[in-house]
Design a protein around this ligand. Structure first.
Ligand SMILES: Nc1ncnc2c1ncn2[C@@H]1O[C@H](COP(=O)(O)OP(=O)(O)OP(=O)(O)O)[C@@H](O)[C@H]1O
Length: 262
């Protein structure tokens, strides 16, 4: 794989340490430290505007940091070639405009890497990625003529076409129907079984609850929880409010819009 020479042995998929990041003059990440190990499925949760997408972008090295450090597979996130290990599915809003290209062309564009341009896309890889997301029969259809759920799956195919070690998805379930949610969850489960690391920003945990190994909860630009989902954590209970765990449960419930029971 192209990235192997640019990575170090046993390194974390992502590691950010004491990261500060400013956007539009405001500090939107405040002293954020987090690590994603290879093979994990990690959810990033938090209220709107808490910094979830910005944290993803800091991890994958597409936004400059104001302070701290970010590493991808043990290398600084600015290292040439290290991004080739990542498949990134941006928030739906980022590509909901007109994409005149076909599903095939959009998926093939995922073969562009930071170190080389392709002159001819390996057709079987593009077709395989589309088949993996269940769109093998629609490869020539314009993305503009597809449903929201189909578009989302094209973007996943685009992220997967280079067989990345790490898949990063920003709210993949927004605006997709229950059937598509199930399909996307099934795809993530298959990738996890193959050893792919998955980092996903979520508003609703349910579609991936069984797969998630850890949750990082953001609030106002800070990490306020990093650990197992509270309901999976045998030590988390309402009676432990003294040590703040009850508060953490409430924070997660509030992030996800769940009713809080006293
Ligand atoms: N391009 C930008 N310029 C200026 N400020 C920005 C920009 N993008 C995001 N912000 C601000 O940074 C903060 C964090 O935004 P971010 O998109 O990371 O939050 P989020 O938790 O992903 O939100 P949401 O759940 O609504 O997607 C917000 O206050 C937002 O207004």
């Amino acid at each position: 794989m192209a990235v192997s020479s640019a990575t170090t042995h046993d390194a974390a998929a992502f590691e950010v340490r004491h990261v500060n990041l400013k956007r539009g003059g405001s500090v939107v990440l405040k002293d954020v430290t987090a690590r994603i190990n290879e093979g994990e499925v990690v959810a990033i949760l938090g209220p709107n505007g808490s910094g979830k997408s910005t944290l993803l972008k800091a991890m994958i090295g597409v936004l400059p940091l104001s302070g701290g450090s970010a590493q991808i597979l043990g290398r600084p996130s600015t290292t040439r070639g290290v991004h080739d290990a990542i498949g990134y599915v941006p928030q739906m809003a980022a590509f909901s405009g007109n994409i005149a290209a076909s599903a095939y062309e959009t998926t093939a564009s995922g073969l562009l890497t930071s170190t080389r341009l392709f002159t001819r896309a390996p057709k079987h890889k593009v077709q395989q990625a589309l088949e993996f997301v269940g769109l093998g029969d629609l490869s020539s259809r314009a993305v503009t003529e597809m449903s929201g759920g189909q578009r989302q799956r094209v973007m996943i195919a685009r992220a997967l076409v280079r067989e990345p070690r790490i898949l990063v998805l920003d709210e993949p379930f927004t605006g997709v129907d229950a059937g598509t949610q199930e399909k996307i969850s099934g795809l993530i489960a298959k990738l996890h079984a193959k050893g792919t690391t998955v980092v996903v920003v979520l508003h609703d945990l349910d579609p991936l609850r069984d797969l998630i190994t850890r949750a990082i909860v953001m609030d106002e630009g800070r990490v306020v929880h990093d650990g197992p989902l509270p309901h999976d954590d045998p030590h988390a209970s309402a009676s432990e409010s003294e040590d703040g765990k009850h508060h953490v449960n409430e924070t997660i419930d509030q992030c996800l819009g769940n009713e809080i029971h006293p």
